[in-house]
Design a protein around this ligand. Sequence first.
Ligand SMILES: C[S@@+](CC[C@H](N)C(=O)[O-])C[C@H]1O[C@@H](n2cnc3c(N)ncnc32)[C@H](O)[C@@H]1O
Length: 241
Amino acid sequence: MKNFLSPSLQLLQLLLAVAKEGQFQIQMSKDEGMLPGQGQNERAFLELLGEGKTNSSEKRWGGMVVAGITGGAALALSVICLPFVSPALRRICLPYVPATTSQVDNVLKALGGRSGRIVDLGSGDGRIVLSAAQAGFSPAEGVELNPWLVLYSKIQAFKNGLTTQTAFHRKDLWKFSLKPYPNIVIFGVEEMMEELELKLKKEVEDGTHIVACRFPLPSLKPVATIGSGLDTVWLYKHKLN
Ligand SMILES: C[S@@+](CC[C@H](N)C(=O)[O-])C[C@H]1O[C@@H](n2cnc3c(N)ncnc32)[C@H](O)[C@@H]1O
């Protein structure tokens, strides 16, 4: 009996041990939020899918998206701003400073009674060109290096129904021929006026009317001075003085 009971007891002991071990495993799986049997295989499978790394890789992607948007915005801003700051890097710095309303009025007064072709050298947002077109000059043209200002001028011309009477050239005024123009306007800076006077003398036809805003030409004698202070304009008639 003892011999019979002994293996049975041993078997019972073994079964109890197995059951205990199983209970322990179930407890561990519950602790990890998994079903029994989802142990290592489940973890390896999730890792294969990248689930185990979801948080860190999502953060990495988010960081890359933010960096991309920030970098793109900075690049776009630089592209827009560069044409406005680049005049400062040129030999003669001619920055964008728009003419005042009374300055524009003085230009038109100086050219009163004239018509035909006109050019504004460094035309900015096109306000002098558009006002000249409205006053009857045709074609009224602008030369401007800044592509955004050229685009803006063209949009303004379109909005005001002046597209056919106007033209805006994205060009360097120093390389632009002044010969075809009987009317020329310049709102420049003092440092450029001597060099501009030489260019005018070389290129323009007799009888050309030149209007200088804010800074006069250094040697030519004006036939009229209109306005005062910062809005003063000087009218010159080539070869008539
Ligand atoms: C003082 S603003 C005059 C703007 C416009 N004429 C007005 O009266 O409102 C001078 C303009 O010349 C442009 N400019 C500067 N250097 C230039 C160049 N080399 N050729 C053509 N335009 C230039 C600038 O971008 C600026 O818009």
